[in-house]
Design a protein around this ligand. Structure first.
Ligand code: C6P
Length: 411
């Protein structure tokens, strides 16, 4: 362990997240639902507050002082995101409402540009609905087919199956960086290389990757990388689509409206340059400024050390949960991060989650918006503990004790 990680003070980090000090049902809050959304540090909340208290104004439109200040801050945020994910150019960063909107944007835009009848779109068995349904919808519209990459019992993609699955009909493969149920880290570079050898586009759903990995879109080698701000300590309603400039430039817009146009007349409209072509209407300016503050916060605390610390807590949880009789992990990939899913044999995940909630412990239960994955394992759902840079080993001990209470009551 290097010095920076040894010096990582989780108490100091926790003090930045006042929500964690709460008592829930007379117990100190234990928050293990970070995969759904992370809590926000004071610096992010203050940045959003400051925006509304001092420079709230619409952007790219005004000549007045406030509008210029807000525009500058918004465009500064775009640069900050570009640096955070090592994008070659900040105009490749498009602000959206979140991962879901980013995927819908790419799917719908490609439907008017690349996808034709008889083509295929490839997703995987471990995808979130947000990376299945938009593709299904556009496939239906253009007469293309959705194909699925299978996974193993341990929850790893059968990457070798790509050699036969990636035929010349496949136009894009869209897959998760990290599974929101299994925690599996997919071999992004290898998949992208296989796809690109065959001229196939790649979209990486980084919703669960962005807060648990340092992301470098150039070294990952994908064409599109999408994520949500709210899963990386930023406000809800913020998200990013990163795409290669050459692709974004050739793609048609997704939504029409203000800001995305160059010239409008009743006989026709020409479109703005990227990124604005894909940012129709007034964006969540305050939220995007909050996203910039989240990136600044992660940089300040040394994100790399924070991630190493978090991995330690997750591994401790994995080893501790193993000791619980009747607990079965769903997903046992060699490379994993962020989440641990399990079932307590015979008990419904919802009942387990409710008993934990009565002890102040927040986990997520259910299908996690991944019903095809639940079908793959023939289960109705799982209990999922998802981790963050502010969780502690003491909290893991509480989770284990809470699960023992649940097991006593339910089994
Ligand atoms: N998963 C969870 O697992 P939005 O709602 O647009 O911010 O993110 C959608 C999404 C897309 N892909 C993956 C891999 C995801 O995990 C998610 C969101 C949350 O708890 C909510 S279902």
């Amino acid at each position: 362990m290097d010095l920076a990680v040894m010096q990582y003070s989780v108490d100091k980090i926790r003090a930045d997240f006042p929500i964690l000090k709460q008592m829930i049902r007379k117990y100190p809050l234990v928050y293990f639902d970070n995969g759904a959304t992370t809590q926000k540090p004071v610096k992010v909340i203050e940045a959003v507050d400051r925006y509304y208290l001092t420079i709230n104004s619409n952007i790219h439109r005004g000549v007045h002082y406030l509008s210029n200040e807000a525009t500058d801050a918004f465009e500064q945020a775009r640069k900050r995101v570009a640096t955070f994910i090592n994008a070659p150019e900040s105009r490749e960063v498009i602000f959206t409402k979140g991962t879901t909107e980013s995927i819908n944007l790419v799917a719908n835009s490609l439907a008017g540009f690349l996808l034709k009848e008889g083509d295929e779109v490839m997703v995987t068995e471990m995808e979130h609905h947000a990376n299945i349904v938009p593709w299904q919808m556009v496939c239906e519209r253009v007469g293309a087919k959705l194909k699925v990459v299978p996974i193993s019992d341990s929850g790893e993609l059968l990457v070798e199956s790509l050699d036969s699955l990636l035929t010349e009909r496949v136009k894009i493969i869209a897959f998760a960086h990290v599974s929101n149920v299994l925690g599996t880290i997919n071999p992004v570079q290898e998949i992208c290389a296989k796809a690109h050898e065959r001229g196939i586009l790649t979209l990486v759903d980084g919703a669960q990757g962005i807060a648990h990995q340092t992301v470098d879109v150039q070294s990952l080698g994908c064409d599109f990388y999408v994520f949500s701000g709210h899963k990386m300590y930023a406000p809800m309603g913020t998200g990013v689509l990163w795409g290669k400039a050459s692709l974004l430039e050739s793609m048609p817009p997704y939504q029409g409206g203000g800001e995305m146009i160059d010239k409008v007349s009743f006989t026709g409209t020409t479109y703005n340059v990227i990124p604005y072509k894909f940012e129709a209407g007034t964006p969540d300016v305050g939220g995007v400024i909050g996203l910039m503050a989240a990136i600044d916060y992660l940089t300040e605390i040394d994100f790399g050390s924070a991630l190493e610390y978090e991995e330690g807590v997750m591994h401790y949880a994995y080893e501790s949960l193993k000791q619980i009789e009747g607990l079965r992990f769903i997903g046992d990939a060699k490379r994993r991060t962020g989440v641990i899913s399990f079932i307590l044999n015979g008990a419904h995940p919802y009942d387990v989650g409710s008993i934990l909630d009565h002890q102040g412990i927040a986990v997520r239960t259910g299908h996690h918006c991944a019903q095809p994955l639940m079908d793959r394992f023939a289960i109705p759902g799982t209990v999922r503990a998802s981790f963050s840079i502010y969780n502690t080993r003491e909290e893991v001990d509480k989770l284990v004790a809470g699960l023992k209470v649940a097991a006593n009551m339910l089994l």
